[in-house]
Design a binder for this molecule. Structure first.
Ligand code: 3PY
Ligand code: MG
Length: 259
């Protein structure tokens, strides 16, 4: 079974850098998978991407030797079951607000006895790791990455209770939702000291409970700063935002001939 390199980077206290895929295209996913990111998250929370397109994107990423991950739209058994059976190597769970919700995510992500994930022999999960179903059943709990999002100030205040739930690999801050929940202007980059305090609270709670801290960023400059602060599971924007940024910049330089 192919080992999940992101698990190992995080366990060794090293950063693992990825980006978000919001364009529902296996061809784009395949191309981005050649760029050198440690992982890629197919975002099915804030995009129209459905399970069949997500599956084709996992195949495209895996075909390039990348690590295909997914953000599910909500923390439910059905969502976990479908993306894991389709071959995801890791799951990002949005908006976890309580220890009970974190424990439910562990249940849906892991096979018994660690959790309650249902077993099926025929889907592509084992092939996605280059192995057979029996080996996958035995090893999946150790290789699949579980990342919960803390992105509500109430959840940040409960970080210790949430992060002490066994089975969590990383805790990923969604800056936009977190800033909105604090009454700040929503966005990735925040200057407000209360926002930086919230980040510090999450980082310190992660350290106490052996969970890798993570955050979404919109530029390499901020990403480097977050890594220097100790964040490990760090996202650099999204392929859609990068595309729009590049097109906007070039289009702005175009000189239309006077009419
Ligand atoms: C947020 O900024 O709220 C996110 O969820 C980023 O992934
Ligand atoms: Mg969010």
């Amino acid at each position: 079974m192919r080992p999940n390199p992101v698990k190992r980077l995080l366990r060794d206290s090293r950063p693992a850098i990825g980006t978000w895929l919001n364009i529902g295209s296996p061809i784009t996913a395949e191309a981005v998978a050649t760029l050198g990111f440690d992982w890629l998250v197919v975002d099915t929370e804030h995009s129209p991407i459905g399970i069949e397109t997500a599956t084709a994107m996992f195949q495209a990423i895996g075909g390039m030797g990348g690590v295909p991950m997914v953000r599910i739209p909500a923390n439910t058994e059905e969502n976990f079951k479908r993306v894991l059976d389709a071959g995801a190597w890791g799951v990002v769970v949005p908006m976890v607000r309580t220890a009970e919700e974190a424990a439910a995510a562990v249940d849906w992500c892991k096979y018994p006895p660690a959790g309650k994930r249902s077993m099926a022999g025929s889907p592509r999960h084992a092939r996605a790791f280059g192995t057979d179903p029996q080996t996958y059943f035995a090893r999946a709990n150790d290789e699949i990455l579980l990342v919960i999002q803390l992105e509500d100030i109430e959840a940040v205040r409960r970080a210790d209770a949430i992060l002490k739930v066994p089975g969590l690999d990383a805790c990923f801050i969604g800056p936009t939702d977190l800033s909105a929940s604090m009454g700040l202007k929503p966005g990735y980059e925040q200057k407000d000291p209360a926002f930086e305090d919230a980040l510090r609270m999450v980082r310190e709670a992660c350290k106490r409970h052996g969970v890798a801290p993570g955050i979404h960023t919109g530029s390499a400059a901020v990403l480097n700063q977050r890594i220097a602060e100790g964040f490990q599971f760090v996202a650099l924007w999204s392929e859609l935002n990068f595309m729009l940024q590049a097109v906007r910049a070039e289009l702005a330089k175009v000189q239309r001939r006077p009419a």
